[in-house]
Design a protein around this ligand. Structure first.
Ligand code: SAH
Length: 250
């Protein structure tokens, strides 16, 4: 089973790219695809860069050239769901493109595909959430220095399953946050790539999952929290979750 792993930002992918034993490295359209073994399992690891177009084109190349059996997208997100804090984890059961509006009153429906949302693969997502729970129980306090856990107010992170919405906007206002929460049932967090990868995977018929660690509250304080969190904590949650997942794979 070959697993495609995509992150948007260098900070998010940094530790995974240090750990991979690369057998083949190929740069296509500015993306470097590292094919090799990660914690003993065959993977292709790539940084997509930020946004829906970057993520969709990366997923397309990954599928077309490397033929992964499934794809996992990992990264950070702004928390919307009630009770979510920085350091909590969301695994998507479905993804919505919140910036789609064809002017026909059809909400976020993807034109000419007739999809309101894209479901993730239930079995893959379930294995991912178990792995992340394991990391939350055993790993993160060893990896993230205490001063940063204190700075971000992280003590007992939780992992939840729910809706993730993606759009080409960094959400950092209470008004937009509330509007999205009203429009989208069970919305847990917002980011800028997941649903684009979902659409590509849906159209190619490749099982996929999306996992996000909450970096900010998608509100007025967002940009301040974000830079520090991504540098000192996001990479550990990404590596910890993926490592636990790959080590649990048969
Ligand atoms: N300041 C950064 C841009 C970060 S964009 C720069 O200039 O490079 C935010 C990235 O983190 C995206 O990849 C997105 O998927 C995720 N993200 C985290 N919090 C988010 C939020 N509140 N709204 C939208 N995307 C968010």
């Amino acid at each position: 089973m070959k697993i495609g792993i995509i992150c948007a930002m260098q900070e998010e992918i940094e530790l995974l790219s240090q750990d991979i034993q690369t057998e083949n490295s190929l740069t296509i359209a500015g993306r470097t695809f590292l094919e090799g073994r990660l914690y003993g399992k065959p993977v292709v690891l790539v940084r997509s860069r930020i946004g829906k177009v970057a993520a969709a084109s990366t997923a397309t190349t990954l599928i077309d050239r490397f033929h992964p059996d499934c794809i996992i997208f990992c990264g950070t997100a702004g928390g919307i769901g009630k009770g979510l804090h920085t350091g909590d984890i969301v695994v998507a059961d479905r993804l919505i493109q919140h910036d789609v509006d064809t002017g026909t009153g059809n909400g976020f429906k993807i034109p000419q595909l007739n999809m309101d949302y894209f479901p993730t693969d239930p079995a893959l997502s379930e294995r991912l959430i178990s792995a992340v729970k394991q990391y939350i129980q055993n790993g993160f306090t060893h990896d993230i220095p205490a001063q940063y856990l204190e700075e971000f107010g992280i003590s007992a992170p939780k992992a939840v399953v729910g809706t993730i919405a993606s759009g080409d906007q960094f959400i950092c206002s209470k008004e937009k946050n509330q509007w999205l929460a009203e429009q989208i049932e069970n919305l847990q967090c917002v980011e800028m790539e997941g649903a684009a990868v979902s659409q590509v995977c849906y159209e190619f018929g490749v099982p996929h999952a999306v996992i996000r660690v909450i970096s900010d509250g998608a509100d007025d304080a967002s940009s301040v929290n974000f830079d520090s969190f991504i540098e000192h904590a996001a990479c550990h949650f990404t590596r910890g979750g993926i490592k636990a997942f790959l080590e649990s794979e048969q």
